[in-house]
Design a protein around this ligand. Structure first.
Ligand code: PLP
Length: 395
């Protein structure tokens, strides 16, 4: 039996999405920019995908841009915000983010720092949440951007984006500034309600990744609120209103739209069902496996459970589980395994001890996860941890 508990790394595509994409690839293969009928059909498919995507996050279709991945969306925002502020008459140059962002945000920030921007990386507490007072203290009139993720990919902690938005809006009102707020909501969409004109009304830009909500890999979404000044990342033929050039990935856009629409159906009920299975796994681990530390907060996103199994090595347990058809992750699998040699930067920032970081595993669920999978995964996990502890360290 297979238990796929690595949904924060990527999800299984909806069958409906696969069917639609195959149909479009086969029959609607025109270039949306072409002036003939086949081009028009392709353009219609793109328009439909954009409309559904916009509806799913409560914004206007004109505010939705399609990219090649969440990483591209994040890079576009970070590098693009720095663009306008480089103008000589404008010396605003501070960017505020957190220590626990995904590398898709952290790496462009490191690059901007090398170029002379000032980057403030807010600390997090033991529950992986930012300190809003530190944010308020860090906001200055030369701040150009705040970038805080909605849900942390390793722990599932939910950041107070609504409140951060209010702080930003109030600061801008009081100081006559135009600080922008970006959120990487890659791990949040399809699990938490997101309404760009409701709870996220103070968010100016938001990144999403299609393969995290049962859509195709290689497709990202970038929400940019109307009127926001951002330098384009990809220049060329002027697609996406000149903001993101390159011939549109028509099946990918259509598939992303469909997946987005399906992901927000009965959101509350689905999230509760996923949370129930996550809680079951957590309860069984706490009851039957000694010496563990739960690294995910109780009020975290429904789909993630990060646990440290003391006196083990997460990587060894992961491979042992794999033998039983149980797929999990050590920390973040969505960054290349070449870059995570030093151990999780997120668990480090939360103040975990090296032994706790070394024994950490992330279980991530989706709407496809079943009770049988959880039972199977738990049995395999208990055996793996007991065996490792009996044999002692393999080092
Ligand atoms: N941001 C977060 C929070 C993620 O978890 C990921 C995971 O992969 C990304 C960005 C990058 O998305 P993509 O794989 O589409 O580039």
């Amino acid at each position: 039996m297979i238990a796929y508990l690595d949904n924060s790394a990527t999800t299984r595509q909806y069958d409906e999405v696969t069917d639609l994409m195959a149909d479009i690839a086969k029959n609607t293969y025109g270039n949306p920019s072409s002036l003939h009928a086949l081009g028009f059909e392709a353009e219609k498919a793109v328009k439909e995908g954009r409309t559904i995507m916009a509806r799913a996050i409560g914004c206007s279709p004109e505010e939705v841009y399609f990219t090649s991945c969440g990483t591209e969306s994040d890079n576009t925002v970070i590098m693009g915000c720095a663009g306008p502020s480089r103008k000589p008459r404008n010396n605003r140059k501070r960017i505020i983010s957190t220590q626990v962002e995904h590398p898709a945000v952290l790496e462009p920030l490191n690059e901007l720092e090398r170029q002379g921007f000032e980057v403030i990386r807010l600390k997090v507490d033991g529950q992986c949440r930012v300190d809003l007072d530190e944010l308020k203290r860090s906001l200055t009139e030369d701040t150009i951007l705040i970038s805080v993720m909605t849900v942390n990919n390793e722990t599932g902690s939910i950041m107070p984006i609504e409140e951060i938005g209010r702080i930003k809006a109030e600061f801008n009102r009081e100081h006559g500034t135009s600080v922008l707020l970006h959120t990487d909501a890659v791990q949040a969409f399809g699990k938490l309600p997101i309404d760009m004109n409701g709870n996220f009304r103070d968010v100016d830009m938001m990144s999403l990744s299609s393969h995290k909500f049962h859509g195709p890999k290689g497709m990202g979404v970038l929400f940019v609120r109307k009127g926001t000044r951002l330098t384009p990342f990809m220049l060329g033929g002027g697609q996406e209103k000149g903001f993101r050039s390159g011939t549109e990935n028509v099946p990918g856009i259509a598939g992303t739209g469909l997946a987005a629409g399906l992901s927000v159906r009965n959101l509350k009920t689905r999230s509760e069902q996923i949370a129930e299975l996550r809680d079951l796994l957590r309860t069984r681990i706490l009851a039957e496996i000694p010496d563990v530390r739960i690294n995910s907060p109780e009020d975290g996103v429904c789909s993630v459970l990060n646990v440290s199994f003391l006196r083990t090595r997460g990587e060894v347990i992961l491979h042992s589980l794999e033998q039983q058809g149980v797929y999990v992750s050590t920390g973040s699998a969505c960054s290349s395994n070449h870059s995570s040699k030093k151990g999780s930067h997120v668990l480090n920032a939360m103040g975990l001890k090296p032994a706790e970081i070394e024994g950490a595993l992330r279980f991530s669920l989706s709407e496809f996860t079943t009770r049988d999978e959880i039972d199977h995964a738990f049995t395999a996990l208990k055996n793996a941890v007991e065996t490792f502890r009996k044999l002692g360290s393999f080092r």
